[in-house]
Design a protein around this ligand. Structure first.
Ligand code: ZN
Length: 158
């Protein structure tokens, strides 16, 4: 699956955590904190995005490609999306800002020095940053745990 074939998502306001996890997996995902159904449909359609929603009415109307998310539980939501679309966890994970949805860019270790805690600077070699919000990411234990969780989900349904 090359970059062009990777699904892109538009996610409704009920599914913020799911949106965050899709970004962690490297999927281009826009998230609506609020908005009219019609606007969501229009944005999804225009951006050729798959709309993930808890709203049965949107799915029924069929104005854009959409998936009705059945569960309230993040784990089950992710499993549903991964399974229905056959998503894989590959090198693209952890390449996108969880907050802004922008691709992350590599950052020199020296450049990160003044901006991260010193134990992080001392123990990490690779840093990436978001040019949108300025957040700096590194492969710490938090992300490792998330990656393990994702592998579990995908392993169970791959
Ligand atoms: Zn950002």
């Amino acid at each position: 699956m090359d970059q062009r074939d990777r699904p892109r998502f538009a996610v409704d306001s009920m599914l913020g955590t799911l949106a965050k996890w899709l970004r962690i997996m490297g999927y281009d995902t826009i998230y609506f904190q609020r908005g009219e159904d019609v606007a969501l449909e229009r944005i999804a359609l225009r951006g050729r995005r798959i709309l993930l929603t808890r709203d049965r009415g949107i799915v029924k109307r069929g104005n854009c490609r959409s998936i009705l998310i059945r569960s309230d539980q993040l784990f089950q939501q992710l499993t549903q999306v991964i399974k229905e679309l056959g998503l894989e966890l590959r090198g693209e994970a952890f390449t996108r800002c969880v907050i802004c949805n922008l691709p992350l860019t590599p950052m020199e270790k020296e450049e990160a020095k003044a901006k991260v805690p010193s134990y992080v600077y001392q123990t990490q070699e690779r840093f990436v940053t978001c040019r949108g919000c300025g957040r700096i990411y590194w492969s710490g234990t938090h992300w490792k745990k998330m990656a393990e969780r994702l592998k579990e989900i995908i392993g169970a349904h791959g």
